[in-house]
Design a protein around this ligand. Sequence first.
Ligand code: BG6
Ligand code: MG
Length: 213
Amino acid sequence: TIKGCIFDLDGVVVDTAKYHYLAWKRLANELGFEFTEKDNERLKGVSRMKSLEILLEIGNMNFDEEIKEKLAEKKNNWYVEYISKMDESEILPGVKEFITNLKKNGIKIALGSVSKNAGIILENTNLKKYFDAIIDGNKVTKAKPDPEVFLKAAEELGLEPYECIVFEDAVAGIEAAKNANMRVIGVGSDEILKDSDKVISGFEGIDLSILEF
Ligand code: BG6
Ligand code: MG
């Protein structure tokens, strides 16, 4: 039986995936190429530097490490500017109700995100109190699809991987959950998240029966 739920942050709990996209698009445009929403799917769940590398590959560009650091910093400054104005209204619909319901039923809750900005976001949206364990980009060295983030989350909850379910909006995240030997529920489009065990479009109206397989 399932004893823990591990939530990705960006695009699952809060609507920040759009801000990552806006910031990367702004960087691409400044470098002189287009960056579409379809391209952006490849960046979801992926670390900041790896995302930059994918972006530059799309634009057919390459720079040395020093410049890459600067470009990543530039993107992050824009991103931080966008999320600094965030509040509780950007928590995705149904998320708080679903998590509250899980907790009432004795299920433990963890955050499993590779973002180094997770702390600010949880702070601004008042969500910290819901999590029994928080694993973010400051605690892991390997980004999704590596399973490190989810394995650490399970460990901090004191659970085995098979006792956990992951909620993810990213292709790389679904792969990471599979690599961790966990069940994974995709949050988003069926077509993009086809490798997950189940897909939901969001948490509105979702009850505990979703955890049954
Ligand atoms: C993930 C996002 O949650 O965090 C990615 O899906 C992002 O888009 C990654 O690149 C790293 O985030 P940050 O905030 O550390 O740049
Ligand atoms: Mg995500």
